[in-house]
Design a binder for this molecule. Structure first.
Ligand SMILES: Cc1cc2nc3c(=O)[nH]c(=O)nc-3n(C[C@H](O)[C@H](O)[C@H](O)COP(=O)(O)O)c2cc1C
Length: 240
């Protein structure tokens, strides 16, 4: 399997650095090919330029290289520390620049039966994606009634809007809470669990998001049909 790890942390000697190094070694030892986009080390330009907005698009070499890595990958892992309830800005800027018109969005025909290739279909369909996220907060803080908001809801814009949108199947995330209190023993237990998730990348059932063009939504309003999960609303309504 070809695995791309898109990784954002400025400090190689961080927990994230150690988890990324572990993942690379573990995957290679299992016979997989691994590429890492280490965004800070690459000094990734996270700012979409005027020449890159769709009307006057000019794709720079750095964007084309990342698109090539995505095409190469069977599985894409996005690894980052949770910063202000989301991915670090450098990774958001990677998405903004790499997901160009005709690649990340604006793919496929629009008609009264389908609204482009997106949400389960698109350039990256057939690939799997997984987030590896560390957070300073506790698991309870991110539980369904926790003050930080339920983690599934916090991650929905990334899972559904960034990974599922261009077609990837989204695996449940690997989360490390209380990431600032990390002893040797805890680190060993966490890498053991991460190793199991890496060993089952190809077989773990993805999050069952509804597909856009398979009958659940009214097109072009893109609202769930009245008879589909009538009591459901919000993010959870898009789970089949
Ligand atoms: C700028 C910044 C923003 C942060 N925002 C959050 C946050 O929103 N929620 C949270 O649980 N932890 C937050 N943290 C804590 C980090 O998630 C935590 O320090 C990190 O996951 C630890 O991993 P590391 O040692 O590899 O950096 C933040 C840390 C920084 C530096």
């Amino acid at each position: 399997m070809n695995v791309l790890i898109v990784y954002a942390h400025p400090e190689p000697r961080s927990l994230n650095g150690a988890l990324k190094d572990f993942a690379v070694q573990h995957l290679r030892a299992a016979g997989h090919a691994v590429q890492v986009s280490d965004l800070y080390a690459m000094e990734w330009n996270a700012t979409l330029a005027a020449s890159e907005i769709p009307e006057r698009v000019h794709h720079r070499a750095d964007i084309l290289r990342e698109q090539e890595k995505l095409r190469w990958a069977d599985t894409v892992i996005f690894q980052f520390p949770l910063w202000w309830f989301s991915m670090p800005a450098i990774m958001k800027g990677w998405v903004e620049r790499v997901y160009t018109l005709g690649f990340g969005y604006g793919v496929g025909e629009h008609s009264d039966r389908r609204w482009g290739d997106r949400y389960g279909e698109g350039t990256l369909s057939g690939k799997r994606a997984m987030l590896v996220v560390t957070a300073g907060g506790w698991e309870s803080h991110y539980s369904p009634r926790g003050i930080n908001g339920a983690v599934d809801e916090l991650l929905f814009p990334i899972h559904h809007g960034i990974l599922y949108y261009p077609g990837m199947e989204v695996l449940p995330p690997f989360l490390v809470y209380k990431a600032r209190s990390m002893g040797e023993q805890r680190f060993a237990a966490i890498t053991e669990q991460l190793g199991q998730r890496l060993d089952t990348l190809a077989t773990t059932p993805p999050i069952p998001y509804r597909r856009q063009n398979h009958g659940d939504y009214d097109i072009p309003a893109m609202i769930l049909k009245a008879d589909i999960a009538p009591a459901a609303s919000g993010f959870a309504a898009h789970l089949a």
